[in-house]
Ligand binder design. Structure first.
Ligand code: BTN
Length: 240
């Protein structure tokens, strides 16, 4: 079983391109990496922009044997794959729930997962990764890049390492689910036992202490009401 890697100079979005392929018989394991994205997308409808040459932007089309309802924890699993490669490259990265990669408390890489296909059949998924190698230019939040800690890998070598770890982790996830990767995820969790605030698109924020994740990938937060489990929300750390 192999991955097939295509490289484009410029596309709208590698996720958009592979979602179209997902719907039209695109092969399992197809990877599209782009030098430039003109309409890069982030989570929650945000934009993802990166200056040419400053990072890696790629997506992977993966056809699971599992159905969509059996994919809980997938975004955390993808974080494990990235963290494995980046730690091996010497970067002391951490993971934010559900799936940002942090370096020195700022975001260094983001993950966008999109589902394709029938709810009851085997799930097809496009996994997009954007990673900053050098300073990505003006952005609205603090960002990190590998170069800030003196790590300047060859882009091809880093992409190969990331794809290798992604392949291993996705195969493991397909066979055993997030349960098999949960301990490793917790080892990378940047906010374990930290006071956090969870905010939601609707409803009041929740304050508590991050205590871990459940086997379905949900975040466990200890609040005044006890240990509560959250499937959605944005985490920020409360500095006491
Ligand atoms: C996020 O943190 O909000 C997710 C960012 C994901 C960006 C990557 S770059 C490659 C792929 N193509 C896209 O349009 N988005 C993802």
């Amino acid at each position: 079983e192999t991955l097939t890697v295509a490289v484009a100079d410029q596309v709208d979005s590698t996720n958009t391109q592979l979602m179209a392929r997902a719907a039209s018989g695109g092969l399992h394991g197809l990877v599209l990496a782009a030098e430039v994205q003109t309409a890069g997308r982030g989570r929650l409808g945000r934009r993802w922009s990166m200056r040419p040459g400053c990072g890696l932007t790629f997506s992977v089309l993966w056809r699971f044997e599992r159905t969509m309802s059996e994919l809980s924890g997938l975004s955390l699993a993808v974080g494990v794959a990235l963290a494995r490669s980046l730690r091996r490259a010497g970067a002391d990265v951490g993971l934010k729930w559900p799936n940002d990669v942090l370096l020195q408390d700022a975001k260094m890489a983001g993950i966008l997962i999109e589902l394709s296909g029938e709810a009851n059949g085997p799930a097809s998924v496009v996994i997009g990764v954007g990673l900053n190698l050098t300073a990505p230019g003006p952005v609205d939040q603090p960002v990190a890049c590998l170069a800030q800690v003196g790590i300047r890998p060859s882009r091809n070598a880093l992409l190969a390492a990331l794809l290798n770890d992604l392949h291993n982790v996705l195969s493991e996830f397909d066979g055993k689910g997030f349960d098999a990767l949960r301990e490793e995820w917790l080892g990378f969790f940047a906010h374990l036992d930290c006071p956090v605030t969870l905010t939601f698109s609707h409803g009041e924020p929740v304050n508590g202490v991050a205590r871990g994740v459940a086997v379905n990938g949900a975040l466990q937060v200890e609040t005044l009401r006890g240990l509560e489990t959250f499937h959605a929300g944005e985490v920020s750390v409360r500095r006491l």
